[in-house]
Write a protein that binds this ligand. Structure first.
Ligand SMILES: Cc1ncc(C[n+]2csc(CCOP(=O)(O)OP(=O)(O)O)c2C)c(N)n1
Ligand SMILES: [Mg+2]
Length: 338
């Protein structure tokens, strides 16, 4: 990956905030990996290595409910985005611990699988790529509705081999019916254990948008400044032009694919350490402040795990709860028989 040349001026206070959220995200992910190893969580998949891209993205989302705000159709490496939007460690750790108190899925879904109606975060499925075919639905609503709300969809590089991605390119660029959608591909160069170079003949995944007349960009997603600038540019375009933009961000995958592949740390560039070098060089943070940030979030993560250990697991009797929209009391499911 080329060294970043884009270095927009970001206010020191904003840089401190970005760093704090990056560390918060890394600490919650590392605590989840430990929960998996301790037998306190079933399966882990997450985003160590995506913080320099995901945090600037989350901070630039127009957060709210309904078509005036941004809709999000996400994949399982979106914790930096959710933390930057205001997600809590406790909520993420409750889902990892499969507690009934988990606000995203009541202890029923994999970790890092969000559903947040009040922030337009659509329920996430572990099937890869399906979000790219669902997302045009909310973007179409926004095209009709007007305003500057947009739809954001993200996913990995390998998933773009699936037909859903090709359909997304078609549906977002139908002549005269273009939709306001920021299409993101986060390229970590792997699909589980299959390397990117063995599968994709195109030079960049983003280039696949070009024959559809789409604006595209490829960036170093390990760089906070480059990420911030590219997201800002892409969002402005989609908000005002009401047309799609395809953004490809190259990132590291610091703990491999998931707990199924061991979740051990690998030797790839760590975007947080890179950003910290910059913060120190620019005298925005001291060594002591950086150390305190890590300690604070590690302590907070440990406190959250202590808390969730006191909380109940879901009951077998409510397995069908929420199966139908608004069926919180299980009535429809019960009427359907056992
Ligand atoms: C429809 C579907 N096919 C296969 C899988 C199994 N699977 C889970 S993750 C994954 C690889 C995804 O790679 P990529 O899209 O690059 O995302 P990354 O995990 O690297 O972020 C696969 C094949 C799945 N979950 N859903
Ligand atoms: Mg990948």
């Amino acid at each position: 990956m080329q060294k970043s040349t884009l270095r927009p001026r970001l206010e020191p206070a904003l840089q401190v905030r970005i760093h704090d959220l990056m560390v918060k995200t890394r600490c919650v992910e590392e605590r989840m990996i430990k929960m998996n190893r301790d037998g306190e969580g079933f399966f882990w998949i997450g985003a160590p290595g995506e913080e320099a891209f995901g945090v600037p993205l989350g901070l630039q989302v127009k957060k709210g409910q309904g078509p005036d705000f941004d809709y999000l159709h996400l994949h399982y490496r979106s914790s930096p985005l959710i933390m930057a939007m205001g997600g809590t460690m406790l909520d993420s750790l409750r889902q990892m611990g499969m507690r009934a108190t988990d606000r995203y899925s009541a202890g029923r879904n994999f970790t890092n699988h969000y559903a947040i109606p009040e922030w337009n975060v659509a329920p996430m499925a572990p099937t890869i790529e399906t979000q790219y075919l669902i997302a045009p639905g909310t973007a179409w609503v926004q095209r009709r509705h007007g305003g500057d709300g947009i739809t954001i969809v993200n996913g990995g590089d390998a998933g773009t081999a699936e037909g859903d991605f090709a359909s997304c390119l078609i549906w977002s660029t139908r002549p005269g019916k273009e939709i306001p959608m920021l299409i993101i591909v986060v390229n970590n160069k792997f699909g589980i254990s299959t390397s990117h170079g063995t599968q994709h003949g195109v030079r960049n995944i983003a280039d696949r948008g070009i024959p559809h007349g789409m604006q595209t960009k490829v960036i170093n997603g390990n760089d906070v400044f480059e990420s911030w600038a590219a997201i800002d540019e892409a969002m402005r375009y989609v908000r005002t032009e009401r047309r799609p933009f395809l953004l490809e961000a190259h990132v590291s995958r610091l703990n491999g694919h998931s707990s199924s592949s061991g979740a051990n740390r690998v030797d790839e560039l760590d975007c947080i350490l890179e950003f910290e070098k910059q913060l120190l060089a620019d005298k925005i943070r001291t060594e002591a402040e950086i150390k305190a940030t890590w300690e604070r979030w590690r302590d907070e993560a440990n406190a959250c795990v202590k808390q969730l250990r006191t909380e109940p697991f879901p009951e077998a009797s409510d397995i069908w709860k929420w199966t139908f929209h608004n069926d919180a009391d299980n009535t429809l499911a019960k009427a359907g028989g056992d």
